[in-house]
Design a protein around this ligand. Structure first.
Ligand code: BTN
Length: 252
């Protein structure tokens, strides 16, 4: 049974938020939890907050992409961290590890990680992470495809959901587990282990890849490593490249 909508009740929200040490803002429908959370610190929000929604009407993915989700089927949430626990790019990559660890606690053990911030199961992408930094805080957004039976046509070829992969997961439980894992990763001392786990779960490393959108012409090479700052190392005929932004397509 999915219990996310229980958060509409202020008493439940307050008890759940108390357990997680956060303020919880719940929306039945909102344009984007990320946009809303990015407004919060400017609006003077003191405690760390989680903005969570049952539906987004204008969700953002990385770059210029949209994040598509049918009502009631995804975990859609944005967390504020003050101070910022890491550079946005590194924390978003580590957030993929947090999602994989949280999924393991609810019985989904085999999540793979695609550089930079995507969580995959056999069959496609099930989650993505997005971070925005400001001078004194960071906003991290995560979308997880949970109970979709079908994915929108635009992403059907590359995306899947926990349900399609055979898992029945309660979004409220997943929200709590991901929050716990993110909080653990807010400690810089945890980063070395998390990076090692990213490398182990990686579906990008050792593969032939094409890198595009990194501010230069697309290039191909072998993904050979992950730097401690989250950069992807790619071996090309012209030497090693450090990729810190862009899209990576796995070729084979
Ligand atoms: C990506 O893989 O491109 C990142 C996707 C991040 C989507 C989440 S859903 C919750 C939060 N609100 C948004 O508008 N985006 C993030």
């Amino acid at each position: 049974m999915d219990r996310l909508a229980l958060l509409a009740d202020p008493a439940v929200r307050s008890a759940f938020g108390g357990e997680l040490g956060r303020d919880i803002e719940y929306h039945a429908s909102i344009a984007s939890t990320q946009d809303r959370a990015r407004e919060l610190p400017r609006a003077g929000g003191a405690r760390s907050t989680i903005v969570v929604a049952d539906q987004q009407t204008a969700g953002h993915g990385r770059g210029e992409k949209s994040w598509l989700s049918e009502p009631g089927a995804s975990l859609l949430a944005s967390w504020t961290f003050r101070p910022a626990p890491a550079e946005p790019a590194l924390f978003a990559l580590l957030a993929g590890v947090a999602v994989a660890r949280a999924l393991k606690t609810v019985g989904v053990a085999d999540a793979g990680l695609k550089w930079p911030n995507d969580v995959w199961l056999t069959g496609g992408k099930i989650a993505g992470c997005l971070a925005h930094g400001a001078s004194d805080h960071l906003v991290l957004g995560i979308g997880v495809n949970v109970s979709q039976r079908e994915l929108p046509r635009e992403i059907a070829a590359t995306a899947t959901s926990l349900r399609r992969a055979g898992h029945d997961v309660d979004r409220l439980a997943l929200l709590a587990r991901i929050t716990g894992e993110l909080d653990a990763l807010a400690d810089p001392a945890s980063h070395a282990d998390a990076l090692a786990e990213w490398r182990k779960r990686s579906i990008t490393l050792t593969r032939e890849v094409e890198v595009s959108g990194a501010g230069e012409a697309p290039f191909r090479g072998t993904a050979s490593g992950l730097g401690d700052d989250g950069a992807l190392l790619v071996e090309t005929p012209y030497g090693q490249r450090r990729v810190i932004a862009g899209e990576v397509r796995v070729l084979g």
